[in-house]
Design a protein around this ligand. Structure first.
Ligand SMILES: NC(=O)c1ccc[n+]([C@@H]2O[C@H](COP(=O)([O-])OP(=O)(O)OC[C@H]3O[C@@H](n4cnc5c(N)ncnc54)[C@H](OP(=O)(O)O)[C@@H]3O)[C@@H](O)[C@H]2O)c1
Length: 340
């Protein structure tokens, strides 16, 4: 087995910064800065952003909040694969791709050598920082590109990977990987090069554990770690079904089958006095290949709440009952349990 990539942080919690790009709702510049500061004060030292998040807005805000802090004290990932082209149309909608943003750009996919190099340089300019630690190839795969996937993957395999590898070899970045919502494409990627991290969103959660059977072992053999995005499956595992009139699952209103399953988990959690979001946050971290979980948080109070959820003590019997009731895979590692 190869050595794993470095752990991103001593604390297995990072900040997912799609929220700083006004995903779903606009937040002010001040709130964005306060969110990053609250995360920093809570000991969070890994931040994930992307050009796509608010069409440059998240990178600008994150860079503004981090600038001046010693680069050795934190890790930062951004993404490549989407270039932001100037778009001067006067009638740009205020909401695009789910982001409430006035940034005058539109996105163009480019997974080639030149596209990746340009994207990296443009990110540094937007961030206003001298470097990023990790570059992740954003949303390559069939989920985003459908039949167009083969052509985009060919661009990555034939030239884009070389750009990433050169940046890593030159020490411009310390790690490379993919940032995706599907695990299958990570398997394809392992066949074309050596990747350090896969940011996998929403596919290893309390609601789904398919990667347990093959993929996570393949990552271990490859030496790659998982950065787990979407631990709440974009909302429902944090809000539950009772407080939120329209719980979100995979960035859309949750279907009935998912709501029904979460209702069963909520009932079991109630029996054990467990907070649903705490179980969702802690569950993936029990797997040795999962390095860090990066919930999407858009205000300081959420950051504080998240730290508490991460420390909540969950009794071993809760996990045993989750397995007994068929609510999680019987082979899934579960968090080290402390009886109350
Ligand atoms: N392809 C990729 O590379 C990819 C894809 C997806 C995600 N990601 C990364 O992963 C990060 C997290 O993913 P995500 O934001 O999509 O999904 P997520 O963390 O599963 O869910 C975020 C949602 O959960 C809500 N939430 C969080 N904590 C809560 C709490 N304690 N109580 C109630 N609601 C709570 C937030 O609501 P509020 O807005 O109300 O706080 C937010 O809408 C992203 O920011 C991004 O960095 C990467």
């Amino acid at each position: 087995m190869k050595a794993y990539a470095d752990s991103l942080s001593t604390r297995p919690l990072g900040l997912g910064c799609a929220s700083l790009g006004n995903l779903y709702r606009a937040i002010s510049d001040d709130l964005a800065r306060e969110t990053v500061e609250a995360a920093w004060d809570a000991g969070i030292r890994y931040f994930d952003t992307a050009p796509y998040y608010g069409l440059g807005l998240s990178e600008r805000r994150l860079g503004d909040a981090l600038r001046g802090r010693a680069r050795a004290n934190y890790r930062l990932s951004t993404k490549v694969g989407r270039l932001l082209d100037p778009d001067g149309r006067p009638d740009l909608p205020s909401e695009r791709h789910g982001f409430h943003t006035s940034m005058p750009f539109s996105v163009r996919y480019d997974y080639s050598y030149d596209g990746i190099m340009r994207s990296h340089e443009a990110s540094l300019q937007r961030l206003g920082l001298a470097g990023v630690d990790i570059l992740l190839v954003h949303d390559i795969g069939r989920t985003t590109h459908g039949d167009g996937h083969a052509a985009h993957f060919r661009a990555l395999a034939e030239s884009g990977y070389r750009a990433l590898d050169e940046l890593r070899s030159a020490g411009d970045v310390s790690g490379i990987g993919l940032g995706v919502n599907e695990w299958e494409v990570c398997g394809e990627a392992m066949a074309i090069g050596q990747f350090d991290y896969f940011l996998l969103a929403g596919r290893y959660t309390l609601l789904e554990q398919e990667p347990l059977h093959g993929f996570l072992d393949d990552c271990a053999a490859h030496g790659a770690k998982i950065i787990l995005g979407g631990a709440y499956n974009s909302g429902i595992l944090a809000t539950g079904t009772r407080r939120s009139p329209t719980p979100f699952y995979n960035y859309e209103p949750a279907p009935k089958s998912i709501i029904d399953r979460v209702v069963r988990i909520e009932r079991l959690a109630d029996t054990h006095g467990v907070t649903l979001a705490a179980a969702a946050l802690q569950f993936p971290l029990a797997h040795p290949v999962i390095d860090i979980v990066i919930p999407g948080l858009g205000d300081p109070a959420r950051v504080k709440q998240t730290i508490a959820l991460h420390s909540e003590r969950i009794p071993a019997q809760f996990w045993a009952d989750m397995k007994a009731e068929g609510l999680i895979d019987p082979q899934a590692p579960v968090p080290w349990a402390v009886e109350r």
